[in-house]
Design a protein around this ligand. Structure first.
Ligand SMILES: Nc1ncnc2c1ncn2[C@@H]1O[C@H](COP(=O)(O)OP(=O)(O)OP(=O)(O)O)[C@@H](O)[C@H]1O
Ligand SMILES: [Mg+2]
Length: 334
């Protein structure tokens, strides 16, 4: 079998150039001798997968994709359009959905990740062009039993199967107390409203856990302490979306069950991290997807590392300042 080729998104205004966001990966790949072709992300999102892959040579493959997130149904179309041209993505559509959406990976990681429940929302996650989901779709009558399954009290966070609204932390992400059902309903409704047509799959509620926090931005640490104190003393530094110091997260990149790159989460570029991967390793293997990422945070009491989320490695963001050559070399050899 030939070495895998890479598929990268093209520039939105010039289909012959790579999307500027992926230009440095494309350069690195070229330097490493990797073959690459461009796909039209907007066409993929719009459901026109055939047009999206028309620049990909027929009969070529296997492929790794490195690009923007795609809703799972659009990834399925992508794979089918390539297959019609004799090409094959190394991550199958079911494999993509397993790693990309929380309900796909949760059972395998249960116990190692914050306790979570989810409520599917019909018509969510079909991608651009889908109708906006009404904020009342997930009302008190559906939330009350979900809250009860989460233990009925304590803080929580809301997200969809893929993303949160972490930048609107107080309004649409953090739930201070699950026992306050009107407040739960309010935060969830705002979350659904803001996600609009981008709501992926449904609504997830997760018990909030205290993680080690740090003041950090691209210039480095604001202060070395991890006491979770309010961030006002950090002045105009980014002290985290909840007005406190942000959780230190590491992102581990796994290929065939081995961690091939470990670094900070893209929100904390340059932040030194050294997560303990011993608990996660067998879980990644059990998931059975070849190329995935795990975001890990350390419990504030020092009692171990937790999986904040799992992702498909093809659409996980690389932090600035990291050298992904080792990862790309491993992918080219896979
Ligand atoms: N159960 C939890 N307890 C405490 N903090 C959490 C929990 N789940 C998520 N967070 C924090 O909330 C923020 C968003 O969480 P999450 O990573 O799940 O969302 P996201 O939108 O997918 O983010 P990204 O894809 O950028 O990593 C992160 O800062 C994370 O540390
Ligand atoms: Mg995350």
């Amino acid at each position: 079998m030939p070495a895998p080729a890479f598929l990268l998104p093209s520039h939105p205004l010039d289909p012959r150039r790579v999307d500027p966001q992926f230009a440095w990966e494309a350069r690195l790949l070229r330097d490493l001798g990797g073959e690459q072709h461009l796909v039209d992300h907007d066409a993929l999102l719009a459901g026109d997968a055939h047009a999206a892959v028309h620049r990909v040579p027929a009969g070529r493959g296997p492929f790794w994709y490195r690009g923007w997130m795609l809703p799972s149904p659009r990834y399925t179309d992508f794979a089918a359009a390539l297959a019609e041209r004799g090409g094959q993505l190394l991550t199958s559509p079911p494999g993509y959905a397993s790693a990309h959406e929380l309900p796909g990976w949760y059972e395998v990681f249960e116990g190692a990740t914050p306790q979570s429940v989810w409520l599917p929302v019909p018509d969510a996650g079909t991608g651009a062009g889908a109708g906006t989901v009404g904020a009342g779709t997930v009302g008190a009558e559906r939330l009350a039993p979900a809250v009860a399954r989460l233990g009925g009290q304590g803080p929580a966070i809301v997200k969809d199967y893929v993303k949160s609204r972490k930048d609107e932390w107080d309004e649409a992400c953090y739930i201070p107390e699950l026992a306050d059902l009107p407040a739960v309903e309010r935060v969830v409704a705002r979350f659904v409203e803001l996600q609009a047509e981008h709501l992926a799959g449904g609504v997830v509620l997760r018990r909030f856990e205290e993680f080690t926090r740090v003041g950090w931005d691209a210039r480095g640490p604001a202060s070395p302490s991890d006491d979770g104190s309010e961030g006002a003393a950090d002045g105009n530094r980014d002290t985290g979306r909840d007005g406190r110091r942000r959780a230190v997260e590491a992102r581990a990149w796994w290929l065939d069950g081995e961690p091939v790159l470990v670094g900070p989460h893209p929100d904390l570029p340059g932040c030194p991290v050294s997560p303990d991967l011993s608990v996660v390793r067998p879980l990644v293997r059990a998931l059975g997807c070849r190329f995935v990422t795990t975001d890990l945070a350390e419990r504030a009491d020092g009692s171990g590392w937790r999986v904040v989320e799992v992702g498909d490695g093809q659409v996980s963001e690389l932090p600035r300042g990291i050298d992904p050559s080792g990862l790309l070399i491993a992918l080219l050899a896979a």
